[in-house]
Structure formats: structure tokens, C-alpha cells
Design a protein around this ligand. Structure first.
Ligand code: PBG
Length: 332
């Protein structure tokens, strides 16, 4: 065996490459903001826009992504006001619900539309669950949150979601949502569970967009401790048992070992990895500062996430990466 023989030309490297990546494996986050009259650039991620929920530019952005080969979208909503009931999260005319209906009307069932299911951007206290007073002081009440999640899931299903994606890390959230969906006859709505979601500093730019930094405390009482990997197996096992169709590890780049562990332990379960906002911004900054070339950096990161075992990658660079892949551009 001479390992160099299979490295000597691009053709043979492409022939023997282990990890493969296709545009259809990428999912693009999409932000809709019900306070906007016109689309505008996302301040911390200026290569992306946020859209009014029924603006033609939203449909064209999704169409352009479809043309590049990206078929799946994860919709996040920014409400015009936050309140103590997180009411814009489940309102029939909430930002996500309006955007889903609009996109279905304009584009039919061609795009796969997933809706992020959480209240942190909608609740005035900025937590992913409902706050309550307890003997420990103010806490996030797990079980009160579940009835709210059921309601959000139904409103998203009713508006046309293919997938609901609970991201709040409440115990039992997948079972509660599955039960609500079944009860109302939405057997065809898939659940993509944020199963192993870590309490990470890499969410910073996203929270700036959503104004979803908690008003008190932090998220360590429900999101996972970055020091733990094996614990992710328990989270994934529970979510699969509760009826998740796709499980997720988040963030991606700093948690490649967790992706590998989950894939090896649950090889039959579709696995998504969320290459989060802070990770995307690092790529942009490195490129802007001349520390790395953007295109090869981007593809090396995406291939490393595939190599670790993710089937699906949620990335803010989905369209740019898809275009490179379509052109057959690789740095390898
Ligand atoms: C909301 C949610 C978060 C992200 C996706 N859904 C943020 C958080 O937990 O604070 C992070 C996405 C990103 O940083 O790209 N529960």
C-alpha cells in the first residue's frame, strides 16, 4: 500500500473521498420579522436578510436557494412585541405562521419548511420556558412550558409546517408535541428535536438578532453542559423514544465528537448538526481579516461536520456553499 497513489490527482482524490456533501443536505435558517415593512440586513450576520412575513423578497430568497439546490428552511420569527404569555409564538397571525402560509401560497410544497419552536424570542423574560416562582426563586417551569409548546406546534402545523423543531430543551417536550400533533390529526408533521443543545457562547450573534438574551440568569438550567458528551446519548434516546424523527447536535464545530458519538450509537436515526451563528461569524471574520480564505474554510468546516457523522447541516452559509458545490468547486 502506498497511500500517496490515491492522492496524486484531483480526479483520484474525488474518487476515493469518504465524506460527500450535497446541497440537499443543507438547511438554511430564515428570519422573518413582523415589525418590518421592507427587508433589511441582519446586523451581526450582514450576508443575510430578515424579511417581513409576506414580502415578495422572502419568496424570492427561498426560490433562489431552491435554484441553488437547498431544499430545506428553518424559519425563525421576530415578534413586534414580547409579552408574559409569549403570545406571538402561537398566534394564528404570528410572524412564523404568516410566513409559512405565505410561502406555501407562493411556492407550494416544494420547499421543506421547518419552524423553530421555542418562546425565548417571544417571552418578555427571554427564557426558552415559562418562568415561575419557586423555593429556589425565579426558575423556568418545565411542565407549564409543555402546554405552551403544544399550542405553538399546532399553530405551526396548521400554518403549513412540514417540520417543527423544538429548541427549548425542556424535558418531555417531544412527547408533548407528538401527542398534540397526533390528537389533531397532524400525523405528517415531522419533529426535528434539538436533542443535544449545549449552553454555548456561540449563540451570541443569533441572540442579538432575536433580542433573546435572558433578562435574568442564564440557560444552564436547561441546556447541556459543554463538558459532557455521553450525556447527549440520554437526551437523544429520550427524544427518539418520545417520537422525534430527526435529532440534532448543536453547536456543530465545537462538538464534532458528540456528533460522532450520537451517529455511532443511533446509526438509524437521521442526525442534524447546527453550525451556529457564532461559528458562521468566525468564518466571516477570519476571511475579512485575511487570516483564511473563505471558500476553502467554509467547505473544510462543512465536510468536517459530515465526516463526523451528521446527515443534515443547518448553516447560515447554505446558499453560498450549495453554489460552490453545484459549480464543482472544491479546495481538495
Ligand atoms: C432558541 C434558539 C437559539 C438558537 C436557535 N434556536 C438560541 C439560544 O438557545 O439562545 C441558536 C442559533 C444560532 O446561534 O445560530 N431556543
Amino acid at each position: 500500500m502506498r497511500p500517496r497513489r490515491t492522492r496524486l490527482s484531483k480526479a483520484i482524490r474525488d474518487l476515493v473521498a469518504e465524506a460527500r456533501l450535497e446541497p440537499s443536505q443543507l438547511m438554511l435558517p430564515v428570519f422573518v420579522n413582523e415589525s418590518l415593512g421592507e427587508p433589511r440586513r441582519l446586523d451581526p450576520m450582514p450576508w443575510l436578510m430578515e424579511y417581513p412575513p409576506e414580502h415578495p423578497s422572502l419568496a424570492s430568497a427561498v426560490s433562489e436557494a431552491l435554484d441553488a439546490g437547498v431544499k430545506s428552511f428553518l424559519v425563525f420569527g421576530e415578534p413586534r412585541a414580547k409579552d408574559a404569555a409569549a403570545s406571538r409564538a402561537y398566534a394564528r397571525d404570528g410572524p412564523v405562521q404568516r410566513a409559512l402560509r405565505y410561502l406555501r401560497r407562493e411556492l407550494g410544497w416544494e420547499p421543506l419548511l421547518a419552524a423553530d419552536l421555542c418562546i425565548c424570542g417571544y417571552h418578555e423574560e427571554g427564557h426558552c420556558g415559562v418562568p415561575a416562582n419557586s423555593r429556589r426563586g425565579r426558575i423556568v417551569d418545565n411542565d407549564q412550558t409543555l402546554s405552551l409548546y403544544r399550542r405553538i406546534a399546532l399553530s405551526q402545523a396548521e400554518a403549513g409546517a412540514d417540520v417543527v423543531a423544538p429548541s427549548g430543551m425542556m424535558d418531555g417536550q417531544v412527547a408533548a408535541i407528538r401527542d398534540a400533533l397526533e390528537e389533531e390529526g397532524y400525523w405528517d408533521v415531522a419533529i426535528m428535536a434539538y436533542s443535544a443543545k449545549y449552553a454555548s457562547v456561540f449563540y451570541g450573534p443569533f441572540r442579538d438578532v432575536m433580542h433573546s438574551t435572558p433578562r435574568w440568569g442564564d440557560r444552564r438550567g436547561y441546556q447541556m453542559d459543554p463538558r459532557n458528551a455521553r450525556e447527549a446519548l440520554e437526551e437523544v434516546a429520550l427524544d427518539v423514544e418520545e417520537g422525534a424523527d430527526i435529532v440534532m447536535v448543536k453547536p456543530a464545530l465545537a462538538y464534532l465528537d458528540v456528533i460522532r458519538l450520537v451517529k455511532d450509537s443511533f446509526p438509524h436515526v437521521p442526525l442534524a448538526a447546527y453550525n451556529v451563528s457564532g461559528e458562521a461569524v468566525l468564518v466571516e471574520l477570519a476571511a475579512r481579516e485575511g487570516l483564511a480564505e473563505k471558500r476553502p474554510l467554509l467547505l473544510e468546516i462543512l465536510y468536517s461536520i459530515r465526516r463526523a457523522g451528521a446527515d443534515i447541516i443547518i448553516t447560515y452559509h447554505a446558499v453560498e456553499a450549495a453554489r460552490l458545490l453545484r459549480e464543482g468547486w472544491t479546495p481538495f
